[in-house]
Ligand binder design. Structure first.
Ligand code: NDP
Length: 282
């Protein structure tokens, strides 16, 4: 069965829009986020545009600030500071990757925690690891939302997460542990990944290698979540050999239309959440 991320995300976005619409009628202001895009990475532009489009659909205002590749540390720092102090701005998103001369960790952590809709600051990541409510990273949150929507209970499952990034692999592993899965994390130095995936009831692929998970690496009835987005000859592929793995899986996400739309939905839900914590009146 295909886990239809696009359909679920659309449903959730519609509910979010209705909630915001009602609140606007009751006198609350529209949530507002600012996206900072430094340089002109083509993939980043595509992501940013889809975030802006999706925001507009749910009545979230988005302002895009585009800065040149040559932006200095001081310029970016003072922009983030200005947005932190701007009461009309609920959420700030710094699109990654940044040009090499700008230290991503430093600038992410300049963002006020309450405005960190990506859930990437040290404090918000720490809150995830201490089970304190916060804005959590959108991709792992989106995956959990998708599993919940399909009523897939991960309790007691052997889960294997391939990839250990700060924004996907590590937080999804923590979220799965919190839901009582037994989690193994694999990465580029893991000796024999199929040793782990063959025994897995649930696999999350977050690597960035097209078609890496093959049918012979999984057992029957596995649940497969494919986070990867790989462009090959202008076409999008996930980290899973979808055609063959889908024949064995009980549930599987497609690429595109799987985790991607759920990530954007989680980001919109984060923006709504921070805006209502600010309790902004018109
Ligand atoms: P990173 O590059 O930060 O992390 C990749 C991880 O995969 C690392 O932990 C790395 O291991 C591991 N890895 C790389 N090559 C191999 C290999 N051959 N075997 C085993 N492990 C390997 O990527 P992200 O986590 O940011 O993203 C992963 C993928 O998900 C990308 O394709 C990205 O585009 C996509 N993505 C999709 C999103 C969506 O909304 N659908 C959102 C975010 C990302 P090591 O740590 O040892 O280097």
């Amino acid at each position: 069965m295909i886990l239809d991320g696009l359909k679920i995300a659309n449903n959730r976005n519609e509910l979010l829009k209705e909630k915001i619409e009602k609140e606007i009628n009751e006198g609350l202001k529209k949530p507002k986020s600012v996206i900072i895009l430094v340089g002109n990475d083509p993939a980043s532009k595509i992501y940013v545009n889809s975030k802006i489009k999706a925001s507009a659909k749910v009545l979230i205002d988005t302002e895009l600030i585009e800065l040149s590749r040559e932006t200095s540390e001081q310029e970016l720092e003072s922009l983030i500071e200005k947005l932190n102090n701007d009461k009309s701005v609920d959420g700030i998103l710094l699109q990654l990757p940044l040009p090499k001369h700008l230290d991503e960790k430093k600038f992410i952590n300049l963002i006020e925690n309450k405005k960190d809709i990506d859930g990437f600051t040290i404090v918000n990541q720490g809150k995830l690891f201490q089970n304190i409510d916060a804005t959590y990273a959108a991709t792992p949150q989106g995956i959990i939302n998708l599993l919940d929507e399909y009523k897939i209970d991960v309790k007691g499952l052997n889960a294997v997460v391939v990839g250990r990034s700060q924004i996907v692999g590590l937080p999804i592993a923590k979220m799965l542990i919190d839901r009582n899965a037994t989690v193994t994390i694999c990465h580029s130095k893991t000796k024999d990944i199929s040793f782990y995936t063959k025994n897995a009831d649930l696999i999350v692929m977050a690597v960035g290698v097209a078609g890496m998970l093959k049918a012979e690496m999984v057992k029957d009835n596995v649940v497969v979540i494919d986070v990867g987005i790989n462009r090959v000859d202008g076409k999008l592929y996930g980290d899973v050999d979808f055609e063959n793995v889908s024949k064995k899986a009980s549930f599987i996400t497609p690429v595109p239309k799987g985790v991607g739309p759920m990530t954007i939905n989680a980001l919109l839900e984060n923006t709504y959440k921070v805006s209502r914590l600010n309790n902004n009146k018109k």
